[in-house]
Design a protein around this ligand. Structure first.
Ligand code: CU
Length: 127
């Protein structure tokens, strides 16, 4: 009956491994990503950070206006980088290779649009 004993031992190890793996998978884990966005001014920073603060699974979002990179801490169990980029796009900003939602972008204040889209009205200027 030695084989039988060994078999139970192996079974125990397999079970223990499975259970610990399952527990680890259930543990909420935070991770961090950096997303390049098309922010122009401090208003953009507020908009993007606020958008992400309300986004499911996002713990913290900080936008650096010097680099236009937003650092997002999120729960891996609750959201994905794709969803985060989509949320930024829906707020009217490019997020890495995800282009800004055109409708949301057109609703942005002029100062938040890309320089090439800003309307400068100089018709009233007199020199
Ligand atoms: Cu702005």
């Amino acid at each position: 009956m030695k084989t039988q004993k060994n078999f139970s031992k192996v079974l125990m190890v397999v079970l223990a491994t499975l259970i610990s793996g399952f527990v680890a998978a259930q543990e909420p884990k935070n991770t961090q990503i950096e997303i390049k966005v098309s922010s122009q001014c401090s208003m953009c920073k507020e908009t993007i950070e606020r958008t992400l603060a309300f986004e499911k699974g996002v713990v913290k979002a900080t936008l650096d206006l010097e680099t236009d990179i937003v650092t997002v801490v999120y729960k891996t169990a609750r959201t994905t980088p794709e969803k985060i980029r989509e949320a930024i796009s829906k707020a009217g900003y490019d997020a890495d290779d995800v282009a800004a939602d055109p409708k949301a972008y057109s609703n942005l204040p002029d100062c938040c649009k890309k320089p090439e889209d800003q309307q400068h009205d100089h018709s009233g200027h007199k020199h």
